[in-house]
Design a protein around this ligand. Structure first.
Ligand SMILES: Nc1ncnc2c1ncn2[C@@H]1O[C@H](COP(=O)(O)OP(=O)(O)OP(=O)(O)O)[C@@H](O)[C@H]1O
Length: 274
């Protein structure tokens, strides 16, 4: 990938689920640095877009990663090219300790496909990086993951994705259902991860998006309706209302005690605690 070329490119993605045309020609790019936020109202197709990128749902169109057309590749081949996925449900094992959750995520050295730039890099798990970024995971190595706070679990989920030599992290709604105090922890975790690896972030909390995102891609009814710098979008109240149905974007961090006003979320849902 040369400077200026996108790291990931989705072109004209279509997905049909049970007779419904869910993605109707989604096209966008993800640059090789910073955080790109994938935004949109509830049910517009954000998670389906992520699944289409990873080959988890049948789709037409084209997906390229690092200049390689990966459209026809199976999911395991796509992820071993260097895409770490943190699903909405986090995918951690509650009964296993933090250390065991990390160990189980280790990708076999040499698992990278022929021709991948990874082959020239050391293939071992990057514990030092993960522990540097999230010292809490070292401190809590022996703690069962199910007893961590929601924010710590999210840190563990992101840590697992960073453990392997990934060049893109896809993080789906990491703050869904979390209390404002924990949202702040998660925002820190995403920002910290993005210092090392570019992130495609699906997120509904616009205060968090304002804080961490560089670029924004907005989806509505299965189509991309806006792409551009995140700040410029979030500063334009009329555009935010038109694209996302949000009355106003908070400029401050949500208050730890009272949480964000309901209209600070695109879906109007109240957050609960975790
Ligand atoms: N397995 C499925 N079966 C039936 N319908 C589905 C399935 N997966 C997704 N859909 C539908 O596709 C549409 C897009 O769903 P998707 O989860 O991608 O939206 P989203 O933007 O991520 O929503 P949310 O913000 O609520 O997570 C929704 O109408 C959803 O009901």
């Amino acid at each position: 990938m040369s400077a200026g070329e996108p790291l990931l490119e989705a072109a004209d993605l279509h997905v049909w689920i049970e007779g419904s045309h869910i993605l109707q020609g989604v096209s966008f790019t993800v640059p090789g640095r910073g955080v790109t936020a994938l935004l949109g109202r509830n049910g517009v197709g954000k998670t389906t877009t992520v699944k289409a990128l990873l080959g988890l749902v049948p789709r037409s169109g084209r997906v390229a990663f690092d200049g390689v057309d990966i459209t026809a590749h199976p999911t395991h081949a796509i992820v071993t090219r260097g895409i770490g996925y943190v699903p909405e449900e986090r995918g951690i094992f509650a009964a296993l300790t933090v250390a065991e959750n990390l160990r189980i995520a280790e990708r076999r050295p040499g698992a990278y496909p022929t021709g991948s730039a990874h082959r020239t890099r050391p293939g071992g798990p990057r514990y030092e990086l993960v522990h540097d970024l999230f010292p809490e995971l070292r401190k809590r190595a022996r703690q069962p993951a199910g007893t961590l706070s929601g924010g710590q679990q999210q840190m563990l989920a992101i840590g697992r994705a960073l453990l392997n030599d990934n060049r893109l992290l896809i993080v789906d709604e990491p703050t869904k259902g979390l209390a404002p105090r924990i949202v702040r922890e998660v925002a820190d975790a995403v920002a910290t991860a993005a210092e090392r690896v570019p992130v495609l972030l699906v997120e509904q909390n616009l205060a968090l998006v304002r804080r961490v995102a560089d670029q924004a891609v907005v989806i509505d009814a299965g189509r991309v309706t806006h792409t551009g710098p995140a700040d410029a979008l979030l500063d334009d109240a009329d555009r935010v209302r038109e694209l996302l149905g949000v009355a106003r974007v908070a400029t401050e961090e949500p208050d730890a005690e009272t949480g964000p006003p309901p209209h600070d979320r695109q879906d109007g849902r109240q957050v609960d605690t975790a």
